[in-house]
Write a protein that binds this ligand. Structure first.
Ligand SMILES: Cc1cc2nc3c(=O)[nH]c(=O)nc-3n(C[C@H](O)[C@H](O)[C@H](O)COP(=O)(O)O)c2cc1C
Length: 225
């Protein structure tokens, strides 16, 4: 039997990403987030507009989207209620947030240089996606939430993958039996269980999903060039 329910949040379970961006003084920020979905070699990230991450993305147009696995759960939780913003916005003070300047260090994660963007990758994360900001979209533009949330469309320029999650003999396919995202389910952390069923969708060749962004990424100049 179903009953009417009104949960205050609707976090029904999404993968956790750690976004690295460059601060105005050349240091780097790192922020956990999970309101992200993927289409082609792009994603849309939903972030509170007052976050340091959004400020940095708007200014530099660059980021790295690091995907966490269950092995990084401690690192994610260590920076869970922190912000790179100083002073801490009122809204975050109410929820017990505090300022941390070097979140890589607090998390215990290692920054390593990226190849196409300035913000570093988090070495321990099995998937690291370098990306550029392409567009910003509206969220309740004419309503009371206008300006409160930023919907940022990022285009991937380079992907680094831990070889242990790749399909045997195929460096361009992630093996879903080996990759397990860290999931934020409401405000708690979970992992994925084993595969449940074979998939008819899984019979389609992955190459058929390629978009022009795929070729564009492979023509992207390296920072070192
Ligand atoms: C697992 C997890 C998921 C989160 N998901 C989001 C999210 O999707 N959007 C968002 O605005 N904040 C999210 N947060 C909160 C941000 O991490 C928080 O706003 C943080 O202060 C951002 O850091 P910054 O101000 O240094 O950019 C999440 C936090 C955790 C721990």
């Amino acid at each position: 039997m179903h009953v009417i329910s009104s949960p205050s949040i609707l976090y029904f379970g999404t993968p956790v990403a750690l976004i690295s961006t460059e601060n105005e003084d050349g240091t780097f920020n790192l922020a956990p987030m999970s309101s992200v979905f993927w289409i082609g070699w792009r994603c849309h990230l939903g972030l509170q507009a007052i976050s340091k991450t959004v400020e940095n993305m708007r200014r530099t147009g660059q980021m790295v989207i690091n995907l966490a696995s269950p092995a990084q759960v401690g690192a994610v939780d260590r920076i869970a209620r922190t912000t790179g913003s100083n002073p801490v916005p009122d809204d975050k003070i109410k929820r017990g947030y505090y300022h941390v300047k070097n979140k890589f260090e607090t998390a215990g994660l290692t920054p390593v240089p990226s190849e196409t963007v300035t913000p570093p990758r988090a070495a321990e994360c099995p998937v690291q996606m370098e990306a550029v900001l392409e567009h910003e979209h509206g969220y309740d533009q004419d309503g009371p939430l206008g300006g409160y949330i930023a919907i940022l469309e990022a285009r991937i320029t380079r992907i680094h993958v831990d070889e242990t999650i790749l399909m045997e003999g195929n460096p361009n396919r992630i093996d879903p039996d080996k990759w397990s995202p860290l999931i934020m389910n409401f405000q708690e952390f979970y992992g994925l269980g084993p595969k449940l069923h074979t998939s008819r969708l899984g019979e389609i060749a992955e190459e058929l999903y390629r978009t022009p962004d795929f070729d564009r990424a492979h023509q992207t100049r390296l920072l070192a060039d």
